[in-house]
Design a protein around this ligand. Structure first.
Ligand SMILES: NC(=O)c1ccc[n+]([C@@H]2O[C@H](COP(=O)([O-])OP(=O)(O)OC[C@H]3O[C@@H](n4cnc5c(N)ncnc54)[C@H](O)[C@@H]3O)[C@@H](O)[C@H]2O)c1
Length: 361
């Protein structure tokens, strides 16, 4: 079998943590090049991972290397531009979350994907954990019944990433904690619920920790005096067709005892909680309430392996549905846009025809 040629765009923190390891570990993929506008970063990463060539311009890299797949692991505002360019050049794209700054950009990516016949997958690694894979099947097998109520959140006590960098600049990030951590756990709740049609969003955003430095996240360097015009907390509510509800709670900084990331689902036949990575299932059997704790941590953690293997397989076999297709990026962005609009106006925002379940590609 001929190997797939792979190249990485953006050699920052997440590329080091996820993408370079993920693709290097696949025996049928050749990692041929790394690109970063900061060519020193690209060179250092290439040396650490034995990658032959480095570039400072992604267009130049795509033209010379003609890869089958690129990862886009740049700041959010470049996702649409780079993804559209790569697709137009006939390259499949593994783009980090969030797919785009907003729904307009996400729809442009979808149109570019349709024109190119190539594929886009979003780097939604939380859909690929052992726990999420198990819970998704549990739900799809009907074990929760109708999910009528859900809660999703990621609350941190001191977890502001890159203060003053692109992370806290709305024009480059698209928003604050909601678009950053919501792209993980709001996304996961909606995915587990089967991408229900959201009928309205009612949200509030908060900005209370802009001037403190005690709430910065370890491991992220900031820029003194850089812009911070996004929310550090967001909470609210999504109304879902059929009477269901989804309550949201996200913060980069807040006065809580402990950080917590979670999805809690209440169904007519059973419930589920995925809290800080541990899955528990609730129900009843023969008149007795029953809790189940699947021991998934005893299995190898396949989170990243699942994601990278899945996309490489999806590039080889285009009939195989993708777990995190570009369509879901449009769905998510429409909901987030409505949430921010609601926060700005102080009133719920209806999603008339938008946010309907997307077709799986
Ligand atoms: N899935 C996850 O768990 C996860 C975790 C962290 C970050 N992310 C996402 O990954 C993306 C990158 O985040 P990060 O934390 O690695 O940020 P980062 O700032 O550490 O890295 C971004 C890199 O992109 C480079 N870059 C900027 N413009 C470029 C261009 N035109 N061409 C090539 N390279 C360019 C920068 O020099 C930098 O090295 C973001 O979209 C973020 O939301 C996802």
């Amino acid at each position: 079998m001929e190997k797939l040629k792979y190249a990485l765009i953006g050699a920052g923190g997440n590329a080091e943590k996820k993408h370079i390891h993920g693709y290097k570990a696949l025996p049928d993929v050749d990692v041929v090049a790394i690109c970063d506008v900061d060519v020193g970063k690209a060179s250092a990463m290439a040396a650490r991972h034995q990658v032959e060539r480095v570039y400072s311009d992604y267009k130049d890299m795509i033209e010379r290397e003609r890869p089958d797949i690129v990862s886009v692991v740049t700041p959010n505002f470049l996702h649409a531009e780079i993804t559209e360019y790569a697709l137009a050049q006939g390259v499949n794209v593994h783009c980090e979350k969030p797919l785009s700054l907003n729904a307009d950009e996400a729809r442009r990516i979808l149109a570019a994907q349709e024109r190119s016949g190539k594929r886009v997958m979003i780097g939604l690694n939380n859909r690929f954990t052992n726990e999420a894979v198990y819970l998704k099947k549990w739900i799809d097998d009907g074990r929760l019944g109708h999910i009528y109520s859900a809660k999703a959140g990621w609350v941190r006590r001191a977890g502001i990433p890159g203060r003053g960098t692109w992370f806290t600049d709305k024009s480059r990030a698209g928003g604050g904690v909601l678009i950053d951590l919501g792209a993980h756990y709001l996304d996961l709740a909606l995915y587990l619920m089967g991408r229900p049609k959201v009928t309205y969003a009612a949200g509030r955003i908060h900005q209370n920790f802009v001037h403190t430095t005690t709430r910065n996240r370890n491991g992220y360097t900031g820029i003194e005096g850089g812009l911070f015009d996004v929310e550090d907390a967001a909470d609210g509510y999504l109304g879902i067709q059929g009477g269901a509800s989804l309550a949201l709670d996200f913060s980069w900084a807040s006065n809580i005892e402990e950080d917590r990331f979670y999805v809690e689902l209440l169904g007519t036949k059973g419930g589920a909680s995925l809290v800080n990575g541990t899955l528990k299932l609730f129900g009843e059997h023969e008149g007795v309430c029953l809790d189940l704790t699947p021991k998934l941590k005893l299995n190898p953690n396949l989170r990243f392996a699942n994601e990278f293997r899945h996309f490489a397989d999806g590039v080889r076999d285009t009939e195989q549905a993708l777990i995190a297709p570009a369509e879901d990026g449009v769905y998510f962005a429409e909901i987030v846009d409505a949430f921010y609009e609601s926060a700005a106006s102080g009133a719920p925002v209806m999603l008339a025809s938008a946010a309907s379940p997307a077709g799986v590609r």
